[in-house]
Design a protein around this ligand. Sequence first.
Ligand SMILES: Cc1cc2nc3c(=O)[nH]c(=O)nc-3n(C[C@H](O)[C@H](O)[C@H](O)COP(=O)(O)OP(=O)(O)OC[C@H]3O[C@@H](n4cnc5c(N)ncnc54)[C@H](O)[C@@H]3O)c2cc1C
Length: 394
Amino acid sequence: MIQDTMPRRLFSPEHDMFRDQVRRFIDAEVLPYHDQWDEEGVVSREVWEKAGAAGMLCPTVPEEYGGAGADYLFSVVVMEEMARVGASGPGFSIHSEMAAPYLERFGNEDQKSLWLPKFVSGHAISGIALTEPGAGSDLRRMSTSARKTNAGYVLNGQKVFISNGQIGDVFFVAAKTKDEYATDSMSLFLVEADTPGFTRGKNLKKIGAKAQDTSELFFDNVEVPHENLVGGEEGQGFFQLIHGLARERLTIAVSSLAKSEGVFRDTVAYVADRELFHKKLTDFQNTQFKLAEVHTELTVGRCMVDRLLEEYVEGELSAETAAAAKLWTTEMQGRTVDTCLQLFGGWGYMWEYPVARAYAEARVERIAGGSSEVMKSIISKSLFKKMDIRADFS
Ligand SMILES: Cc1cc2nc3c(=O)[nH]c(=O)nc-3n(C[C@H](O)[C@H](O)[C@H](O)COP(=O)(O)OP(=O)(O)OC[C@H]3O[C@@H](n4cnc5c(N)ncnc54)[C@H](O)[C@@H]3O)c2cc1C
């Protein structure tokens, strides 16, 4: 359990056993190297392969493709345990919870047989390349193009902020198959990193999550065969992305909450130890009240996230409810890290303290994977739709 204050009823003894294994793996194979990865701006390939061998990558991939065919709660265990200790370097969740599900759902048999076993073992690392310098929230503005030829498609353009961009072997790349600002103008392509014309740009310097590589990618007449058009039909990119959104956003909510719980746990330990004015920091009512406020928010978050996990497992989670979970948990994470950092005083501002890293890392959660403003648009759109009210959401 991450938080002892609230019993969780979702997990079976098998999940709990897996959680113990994952914790041991992180203690032995992730945490001792994380500072070094922070310096280098990328994690080792070795940790991916070891995580694969430990069953931590793509646990839900079916057995016929080399996976464990496990339920989504096994994925949740991995994400929570990584998040709880601030192990933000390895981009496992993008690979396991975003890229692999696209391949599983929309890939053809050859692609699935080729890539999924390697995704599971950690011998191939994947990423999703949607964002461009001029197009993030408004993906219809993207300018990367895919021109059809007799042999397949030729991609030209540029992507930015791509997680696993330096280390990835294969990317789902969004490109326009129709030069229009339209929902059906975009398609997804599977692009292998050793394809001629594909190059990686800078490993971008960020304010947090420094061990996770975030990269520019360039496409200069990159030729891919017809089969690499994901799903085999042009113009389906948006619809394919929408399909995965509930899982992606729930994944972010799971992780945001676990990160917040981890920071809270560290903060409680710190204030119990810190002395000032002949007292413990815990003796000040301000400290007690701040901790009570954070704890209450974490409890609210736990109730929501666990309930939505149930809904997801039952196949009932809607995109707008997942958006609400992403919105609330990431905003709550921002409040939590700020309150906790304040209780650490100047030490909280020092990079060597996990709370400083957690503070910096938390900031991106309200931006990436759909910003808070985009989440609000999705939620309000669904409300107006239910009430049959017309409004301009362009
Ligand atoms: C560390 C990191 C990792 C990332 N990883 C990936 C990745 O792996 N793959 C990938 O494709 N992308 C990735 N991204 C990109 C991320 O998804 C985008 O940054 C995000 O979608 C926002 O796009 P943008 O940066 O272009 O900002 P913009 O879209 O330009 O947004 C600017 C501002 O406008 C606001 N806004 C947007 N829409 C509305 C609206 N309807 N109403 C009011 N305000 C609005 C935004 O909330 C924001 O405040 C990553 C980004 C970061 C920082």
